[in-house]
Design a protein around this ligand. Structure first.
Ligand code: ACO
Length: 319
């Protein structure tokens, strides 16, 4: 038993918000600084009443339509998010209710920007075990809610959005290899170190980051896990048609591609228009590149995640 992606969808809230728009809102920054350090030109920000499950719903409807399925056909719903609607129930259960599915297995995955790669790998294992046949895997985030808008070193980097795939049981392999890792010793370089207790926020409810430490860590592990995943599938990195790394920063993408000797014209880039959408970034980029015809059936695509925890991983698949 294998699993294949049979439908992809994504959703971005509202209109693009440019770097100049951020400067006009009073953030002491410039388009020149943001573009030269990160490659980000604009991002989308959810409206105050839009939640992760709302964005997930739109992306999921598009993925279901692409697969020619109804929500009732799903027997597994996995949502990767670090910005859930509530502490509980899970965003996956809220999405399930909005979709009108009853009875499927549904849960959230918390692996920050690696969340989608973690969720896809988990769903693949459910399907390969024979226990489930049709999974919806979503990355959905409203990171704008956990940004300190007075910290120009972090607030300009992120955006909101959602991406979703349908993964179905198949006789033919679609997912060729996976690799997941974490090293909690690095939890301090990227975190939202707050919690709720007795009705009050304890600690810091905003995203904090040691940008340079994150940069070095991300490039090293993204290169290592690409090699590991290729070795597991018995192929050379040069045989990958498209690399879709987590869209954190164009300089991280370029440095990773260089380390694995992948030309940038084989790397899907959406960070310039989406910013860093955490768990949503990889399925958003995948959807864009499939819909605009760059990624074609039969091609080998490597998805890569890296994020807080620290967590990292890769999925090599054939569409
Ligand atoms: N606009 C203008 N100036 C700024 C801004 C801004 N938005 N942000 C910081 N600066 C200033 C700083 O105040 C500092 O000024 P000073 O020298 O007068 O003190 C100067 O720019 C340099 O600041 P640094 O933080 O040292 O800038 P650096 O060159 O390290 O770039 C950056 C920061 C872009 C965050 C970089 O470290 C990076 O790319 N890190 C990767 C982190 C990342 O992408 N994280 C995403 C989340 S992690 C993930 O998804 C895996």
């Amino acid at each position: 038993m294998f699993s294949r992606i049979t439908g992809i969808g994504s959703f971005l809230p509202g209109q693009p918000v440019s770097n100049d728009d951020l400067a006009k809102r009073g953030i002491e920054t410039s388009d020149e600084w943001i573009v030269s350090r990160t490659g980000i030109r604009s991002r989308h920000l959810a409206a105050p009443d839009e939640t992760a499950s709302d964005l997930a719903l739109e992306a999921s409807r598009r993925a279901l339509a692409a697969a020619g399925l109804d929500a009732a056909d799903l027997d597994l719903i996995v949502v990767a998010t670090s910005t859930p609607d509530f502490i509980f129930p899970s965003t996956a259960c809220l999405l399930q209710s909005k979709l009108g599915n009853r009875g499927a297995t549904a849960f959230d995955v918390q692996a920050v920007c690696s969340g989608f790669v973690y969720g896809l790998t988990i769903a693949e294992k459910f399907i390969r075990s024979g226990s489930h046949r049709r999974a919806l895997v979503v990355g959905a985030e409203v990171f704008s809610r956990i940004l300190d808008w007075s910290d120009r070193g972090t607030c300009v980097l992120f955006g909101d959005g959602a991406g979703a795939v349908i993964l179905e049981a198949s006789d033919k392999p679609g997912i060729l290899a996976t690799a997941l890792h974490a090293d909690g010793a690095h939890h301090g370089i990227l975190s939202v170190p707050g919690s709720i207790c007795g009705g009050k926020v304890i600690g810091d409810p905003f995203l904090r980051m040691d940008g340079q430490a994150v940069f070095k860590f991300a490039v090293r592990v993204l290169a290592e896990v690409a090699d590991e995943c290729c070795a597991a599938a018995g192929i050379a990195p040069s045989e990958i048609d498209w690399l879709i790394p987590h869209q954190a920063n164009i300089r991280i993408l370029e440095a990773t591609a260089k380390r694995i000797r992948m030309p940038m014209d084989k790397v899907v880039v959406s960070v310039d228009r989406h910013g860093n959408t955490s768990a949503a970034s990889v399925p958003l980029a995948l959807d864009e590149a499939v819909r605009d015809g760059r990624i074609r059936a039969g091609q080998k695509v490597m998805l890569e995640g890296v994020g807080g925890g620290f967590t990292w991983g890769a999925v090599l698949l054939e569409l």
